[in-house]
Design a protein around this ligand. Sequence first.
Ligand SMILES: [Zn+2]
Length: 419
Amino acid sequence: MPDVFADLVGQDEAVAELRRAAAAAAAVLRAGAADREPALIAAGPASGADAAPGDVDPSTGMTHAWIFTGPPGSGRSVAARAFAAALQCAYGTGCGECPGCHTTMGGTHADVRMVVPEGLSIGVGEMRALVLRAASTPSGGRWQVVVIEDADRLTEAAGNALLKAIEEPPPRTVFLLCAPSTHPDDVSVTIRSRCRVVPLRQPPAAAVAEVLVRRDGIAPDVAQWAAAAAQGHVGRARRLARDPEARKRREAVLAVPRRLTGVGAAFDAASALIEAAEAEAEASVAESDTAERAALETALGAGGTGRGAAGAMRGAAGQLKELEKRQKSRATRAQRDALDRALVDLAGFYRDALTMTLRAPVAPVHTDTAALAGAGAQKWDAEGSLRRLEAVLACRAAIEANVKPRIAVEAMMLALWKG
Ligand SMILES: [Zn+2]
């Protein structure tokens, strides 16, 4: 296995900072072994983004709470997991070879917990249980690491439970939060003030293409196209490069602008967009749903006979129901995510039209529909392109604010048609 940071694409600065911190953390452990009282530099309300130069640069030290921010697909959770591995690394700062690195990357390290909300939010019950476990002594003798993916989906109560733990962290506990940004909508100001922020950028297309070629064995020309079309989203680039169905769904989304010939067509386009997102979501969760169900059934001994088995099956019905509930809420979230990605694709099209009208010296997002965007650019003036781009962004915002997706998408299609 290569170095644990190998999959973090185009984030050299962040990786350098995380390595320094992991080295500092290892030094704390060594000092602790002599001293029995390891201490981390706590991130006070004033520290964070811009550390002042001084005798001790706090940005090179280790601290208890971190926030990884960046646009979707930039690798927030990849960075958090790699950093967790670096903290558990026995030989360096994420060698990728030792048991600490291996088990963390494989998701089986006893002292690393990844919290992935499967519903639309992380509840207070889940958070309290987590905080409690995080306070225990690390069994591997290093750090208890809790990674919270999508920390922006914490409920307010869950956020408060987390804040308490971050304010008075157990000496060997490290919290790694992932969120789109440090905007108060994503992370509360008080949590933000206690964390060091690691901003990730949208990786450049060339870096994404490089990793698709190197790691996934994808042909260079396909990798380049997919990296550009995915707009810096590494996972999506991989799916576009590998999955013909994903490419078809993207084409359907980008066909929307030329299909908008009237009111009826606008409503049809709305239905098509929503159905495409549903299909995309279904494809993304189908595999794990089936695997989970099979694993649970095996664990419950489905198909067994005898008195013990009958009693077990009564309990099993409850567990299966619980699993179905969890899977349903994950499916809802997957649908929202897929619809959002479709809207980002569509926004990319109108952005291309706008930059062409303005003759801006930037490469188009969608090279394969550049001609179509060019035709749009001729027909609409810059304002018309901008209004359409704004209609797409308003639709994203409306869905984010819990407007029913179909209603928001229909309103958007009408706005795109009217221009
Ligand atoms: Zn290692």
